[in-house]
Ligand binder design. Structure first.
Ligand SMILES: NC(=O)c1ccc[n+]([C@@H]2O[C@H](COP(=O)([O-])OP(=O)(O)OC[C@H]3O[C@@H](n4cnc5c(N)ncnc54)[C@H](O)[C@@H]3O)[C@@H](O)[C@H]2O)c1
Length: 375
């Protein structure tokens, strides 16, 4: 038996998922939805999809079981809460939400309803995360000491510059006072690495922000009141390790979502633009990209999605689709469930607060582990 699914938000990223859901053998019925008529008509025609909806409100009234929400990032909180309230299982693009209160409400709603919620974190399914999680499961890191991870996405004007992304996301509502989101409000691509590999969470943070001289984008007179284009946070973790997380939106030349090092008392992983290394007390070995990819290819994936393992964020999208569809279809807790997602996102809000206060240490609220799944 398959599931019925509605894809809400057919923008630059969301539209990449249409084909993946169509090809998944356990999606029996696929609908698409967008408030933008042009996008809705374009994709309905391109993929020959008959079932279309012109808003989240409208698709919530249908009998579709699950919604994949790929609307603008500041809308995820209210949109996910609306969908859960209407009894839908939810896959949401990152970030989980744009405030700690919204993250808490999502966790509470999932707890109350027993519905499935998953955040589609691409870093979770990158080959290097999968490799490091397998090493961690086998105890090959020993005790964890430190992790460094970063998400660098420059605001520059080149094809994937953040300017273009944000102007597109705001559309007709764009104006200069909408610029400059705090980098640490979008921290899941980097925080996912230490949290998912170490199976530990952030407990305290001290962060610093960098101010670009005469910045026209990150400014205190915008709706975000944020002066920082780059933020770096030092986290104490629940297992005694330290994580150094950098979220840069002004940086020359380097665009990455990367774990640059995870160090343990027995073994360590390092990566940079030149490649990756696993080192332990027996020696060091360069990890060729094909070797890392092998680890990803061992993850479960239906045959029909295999052609997509090199598309998008190193194929993570195909694995996200399968993890969600399979969770709904077999009524199991997804790996990036609401509690896990909160551990990737809540630390960022507190880190930004710390950066605004010049690096003061702050404690980080933790929403705990998921209860045994029930429905
Ligand atoms: N690596 C990653 O995980 C990654 C990469 C890119 C984007 N993203 C996330 O994915 C999300 C989508 O990104 P995008 O670039 O496609 O955004 P986008 O702005 O291009 O598209 C969003 C779409 O949602 C639609 N929408 C908004 N409100 C709606 C409503 N109430 N009902 C129906 N449709 C509605 C908009 O009309 C728009 O077409 C973003 O939130 C972003 O954070 C994640």
């Amino acid at each position: 038996m398959g599931i019925s699914l509605g894809l809400v938000g057919l923008g630059m990223f969301g539209s990449m998922f249409i084909e993946l859901f169509m090809k998944h053998p356990d999606v029996e019925r696929l609908a698409i939805c967008d408030v933008r008529k042009d996008r809705l008509e374009h994709y309905a025609k391109k993929y020959d999809i008959a079932e279309t909806y012109s808003s989240l409100d409208e698709i919530c009234q249908s009998d579709i079981e699950a919604l994949a929400i790929f609307t603008q990032h500041w809308l995820h909180g209210p949109h996910v809460l609306k969908a859960l309230k209407e009894g839908k299982h939810v896959l949401s693009a990152v970030p989980m939400a744009y405030s700690i209160d919204e993250c808490i409400s999502i966790v509470n709603m999932v707890k109350e309803t027993g519905l499935i919620y998953m955040m589609g974190e691409t870093s979770y399914f990158r080959p290097e995360s999968i490799f490091c999680r397998k090493k961690a499961e086998k105890g090959e890191f020993g005790e964890f000491i430190q992790c460094r991870a970063e998400y660098f996405h420059d605001v520059g004007e080149y094809p994937h510059g953040l300017w273009r992304v944000l102007i597109n996301r705001w559309g007709d509502l764009w104006s200069l006072d909408k610029t400059g989101d705090p980098p640490m409000w979008y921290p899941s691509h980097s925080i996912c690495f230490p949290v998912s590999v170490m199976k530990a969470h952030m407990v305290e943070v001290s962060a610093l922000g960098y101010i670009y001289p005469n910045d026209d984008f990150f400014r205190v007179d915008t709706i975000y009141r944020n002066p920082f284009c780059n933020e770096t946070a030092l986290f104490k973790m629940s297992n005694g390790a330290v994580a150094i997380i950098s979220e840069f939106r002004r940086i020359g030349g380097i665009e990455v979502e990367r774990v640059s090092g995870i160090y343990g008392t027995e073994g360590s992983f390092e990566s940079n633009l030149a490649g990756a290394v696993w080192a332990d007390k027996r020696g060091k070995g360069i990890l060729k990209p094909e070797e890392l990819k092998e680890w990803q290819l061992r993850e479960p994936l239906p045959e029909s999605l295999r052609p997509y393992v090199n598309v998008g964020h190193e194929g993570a999208e195909a694995y996200i689709v399968h993890e969600f569809v399979d969770s709904v279809n077999s009524n199991r807790l997804p790996r990036i469930n609401a509690w896990e997602a909160a551990r990737y996102c809540i630390p960022g809000f507190i880190a930004h607060q710390s950066a605004l206060s010049g690096g003061r240490w702050f404690k980080i609220p933790d929403l705990g582990e998921p209860p045994a799944y029930r429905k």
